[in-house]
Ligand binder design. Structure first.
Ligand SMILES: [Fe+2]
Length: 307
């Protein structure tokens, strides 16, 4: 489960600006687990500041949420607090209970409740308000799986716990899994998120924790849509771009997407099937297995495709 970071309880509060200044120090490296964990007590001291979040929320409302409109790509569950660094950003999250009207009207989905998942980024979190959302925590080892939907995973159940006010935890990318459950009362957490330009290409999984399987890859990127457009561009002038992505992109998911789009763009079904057969022999187990699945799918649909 996420690392619990022990922090002194009654250290002096700091402002959001103080925290940002400390994190902007070149010694802070969120890609390094120990460096990230060392920032835990600072986040706890921000949480000891009981005014700053309400002050920011009111200022945003007075400004018609201008900075949220510019910087917040999340739903209204999230208040973006700082997004000016390439290494990190800071956000507040609101976690309603089942009794809250926003939950009654919106249900589980907007809050990612009951969707067991890992994260493709590490983040430090502190309970800021309330008894905190619940989680059933699991761990797995990313380098022991290919990442295929339906693949069995050695998920180890750890415990059920909640993120109560003042508790600081470090969620580790590609390792900690949680099935998040509604808080018992409206709660707020504050996160320092590891920001990295390669995030769209790092896979995040949804798990079936009963059967210990990957259900699906949760994230996708604009690249997949662009590959489809490039593969089908009139005259075929962009196909070499798609070929280069299929051959050398660092993400297995993107490489397979390029193979799939090249296959789908072939005028003759047999040529598409040949591309997928070559994909089946890729050294990467994800590309090979997904190519095999796509090959089977295309063969099954051949009559419909050629109609
Ligand atoms: Fe999560």
């Amino acid at each position: 489960m996420p690392r619990i970071i022990a922090c002194p309880e009654d250290e002096a509060p700091i402002s959001l600006g103080d925290l940002v200044a400390s994190l902007n120090d070149s010694n802070f490296d969120p890609a390094d687990e120990e460096s990230f964990a060392a920032a835990g007590p600072l986040l706890r001291r921000l949480a000891n500041n009981r005014d700053f979040l309400a002050d920011i929320a009111v200022a945003e409302l007075k400004d018609r949420c201008t900075s949220q409109s510019l910087e917040n790509r999340y739903s209204s569950q999230v208040l973006m607090l700082h997004r000016a660094s390439e290494k990190f950003y800071i956000r507040a999250n609101f976690w309603p209970s089942e009794r809250d009207s926003v939950f009654k009207t919106s249900g589980n989905s907007p809050f990612f409740y009951n969707v067991p998942h890992d994260h493709n980024f590490s983040f430090l979190t502190v309970g800021y308000l309330g008894s905190g959302y619940w989680s059933e925590y699991y761990e797995y080892e990313r380098d022991k799986i290919a990442g295929l939907p339906g693949e069995k995973v050695d998920l180890k159940y750890i415990e059920k716990a909640r993120l109560e006010q003042g508790k600081v935890m470090l969620y580790r990318a590609h390792r900690d899994v949680h099935n998040q459950l509604p808080a018992d009362e409206m709660s707020v957490s504050i996160n320092i998120m590891h920001a990295t330009p390669c995030l769209p290409y790092l896979d995040q999984y949804r798990f079936d924790v009963r059967n210990c399987e990957i259900v699906s890859i949760l994230n996708n990127s604009a690249t997949e849509a662009l590959l489809a457009l490039a593969a089908n561009q009139g005259g075929g002038n962009a196909r070499d771009l798609v070929e280069s992505v299929a051959a050398a992109h660092p993400s297995s998911r993107i490489r397979f997407s390029a193979v799939k789009e090249l296959a789908a763009a072939e005028q003759q079904v047999d040529a598409g099937l040949e591309r997928l057969e070559r994909g089946m022999h890729a050294a990467d187990s994800f590309v090979a297995a997904m190519s095999a699945r796509e090959l089977a799918r295309m063969k099954a649909m051949r009559n419909w495709i050629e109609r």
